[in-house]
Design a protein around this ligand. Structure first.
Ligand SMILES: [Zn+2]
Length: 471
């Protein structure tokens, strides 16, 4: 997969080297701290090649040395870890009630996590773009002030996003054919880093795949739990995108004949009977007395408080939502046989009351025994999962071989050319610290996440399947 024994043409040598650099970087990410000898022993690259590759990664400040290993037989070895310091990746999540931005370093350690109230239901697309660009710009400035190079900005949107970064349809936000990627690049004055727009459920699933307790699970689903209800599906270790990138719109599966009107124009979609606004209407009939609910968090808190007190109507409303979710998850269980299905967003905080009814429906409506082994669980990533996934997407591109090149004269990263078409998802950890802007945390670059074994053959990463215009 990464040897030069097949007689490459001269033009291929740069690609082979880029591929091998990525192989070494991924190995260090997964196994740090590790020595050059560890890398050679595990990758099959010879020691001289590994030394040369490590020297280049050190030079580019993608890895760094941490000192000598202890308790080793023979000569002590210098150990290597991913160098998080020079770079940052930014993810920004657009929800109907808030914007969340997260920045991580190259090692995956969180640098900042900010939330801003955002009234997505009434903001015009133009104002929305301005608000998104302003928050992204502040995050870029913050990490830049700490001497970091921004490798990419990925914006997560609840809706259909085409590969060019145009939001074809976001029903909860009322957006149609909004060229968000192009508008953001313009608003950010054509920045040197890539700006990518993607579906929020897809990015949240990517975050689950890289971080947290279910990292590396080859078949997992993340259900977003906000005004929208989307499914990010990882099947056989790859994000399921579909022909035009529109896969996973579970929220618009019809579940109630002649049911309530959905913002998409149809009736009885899952989203309008099981989304958070429907739950709030059911559990808190007084919530909309003073106008539509635009900030869900306080209402979800009220629902939780009433559920804890054992309020019958609240428990019934939660159980009804749980039953709808369970039947929808059974659909997924029958189609893609996931190992874990993670309830995200606000659903995660309500999981203790949603899960019993949801599990019962899941098991009742899945053909395979025990729901085909699917476990329905609360996501551990909180409401910023898609933002974390946006940052993770950029790290994916680096791991896939799109290594930044430091240009000492300009202090900027340059695109090194074609990405090496190998990928392995490697989990890293970052604590989620929602809150207002705060000084950048000092982030040590320990990469202590669980290890995931590499697939036997190279496959294009999710990122490397993005068309060139989006990268
Ligand atoms: Zn619908």
């Amino acid at each position: 997969m990464f040897t030069t024994q097949t007689g490459p043409q001269p033009a291929d040598l740069a690609d082979v080297r880029a591929t091998n650099l990525a192989v070494v970087l991924r190995f260090v990410r997964a196994h740090a701290p590790c020595s050059r000898a560890d890398i050679a022993a595990s990758t099959g690259l010879n020691k001289a090649t590994v030394s040369s590759l490590v020297a280049e990664l050190l030079d580019r400040r993608l890895v760094r040395e941490t000192g000598l290993a202890e308790n080793r037989i023979g000569r002590p070895a210098t150990m290597l870890v991913v160098d998080g310091a020079p770079y940052a990746a930014i993810g920004l999540e657009v929800s109907i009630d808030e914007l969340t931005v997260v920045a991580v370093d190259l090692a995956g350690a969180e640098l900042l996590s900010w939330r801003r109230a955002f009234d997505g239901s009434s903001a015009s697309p133009g104002r929305a773009v301005s608000a998104i660009a302003a928050l992204a710009g502040r995050a870029v400035n913050r990490v830049g002030n700490h001497g970091r190079e921004v490798l990419g900005l990925t914006v997560a949107v609840p809706g259909l996003v085409d590969p060019s970064g145009t939001v074809r349809l976001a029903t909860t936000l009322g957006w149609r054919d909004l060229p968000l990627g192009a508008d953001l690049r313009r608003a950010l004055r054509d920045p040197g880093y890539e700006v990518v727009v993607d579906n929020d459920a897809n990015l949240a699933a990517l975050a689950e795949y890289r971080h947290g307790p279910y990292a590396g699970t080859a078949n997992l689903v993340h259900l977003t739990g906000g005004a929208g209800l989307g499914a990010g599906v990882v099947a056989d270790g790859r994000l399921l995108r579909g022909g035009r990138g529109f896969a996973g719109e579970l929220g618009h599966v019809p579940v109630v004949a002649d049911g309530p009107l959905c913002p998409c124009g149809r009736r009885g979609c899952l989203e309008v009977v099981a989304g958070i606004p429907a739950l709030i209407r059911r559990a808190l009939p007084d919530a909309a007395e003073d106008g539509p609910v635009t900030d869900f968090a306080p209402e979800v808190d009220r629902i939780r408080t009433k559920a804890r007190r054992g309020d019958r109507a609240t428990l019934d409303a939660l159980a009804e939502t749980g039953r709808h979710l369970g039947r929808a998850v059974a659909l997924l269980a029958n189609l893609v046989n996931p190992e874990v299905v993670l309830l995200g967003g606000y659903f995660a905080t309500l999981a203790p009351w949603l899960l019993p009814a949801a599990e019962a429906e899941l098991h009742a409506h899945t053909l395979a025994a025990e729901a085909g082994g699917a476990r329905l669980l609360a996501s551990a990533l909180g409401t910023g999962a898609a933002a974390a996934g946006g940052a993770a997407r950029t790290l994916e591109t680096v791991d896939a071989g799109r290594l930044p090149l430091r240009d000492p004269a300009r202090g900027t990263a340059r695109d090194p050319g074609p990405a090496a078409r190998v990928s392995r998802k490697t989990p890293t950890r970052s604590s989620s610290t929602p809150g207002d802007p705060e000084p950048e945390a000092s982030a040590e670059t320990a990469t202590s996440g669980p290890q995931v074994s590499a697939p036997p053959d190279p496959r294009p990463s999710d990122a490397s399947r993005q068309p060139a215009g989006q990268r």
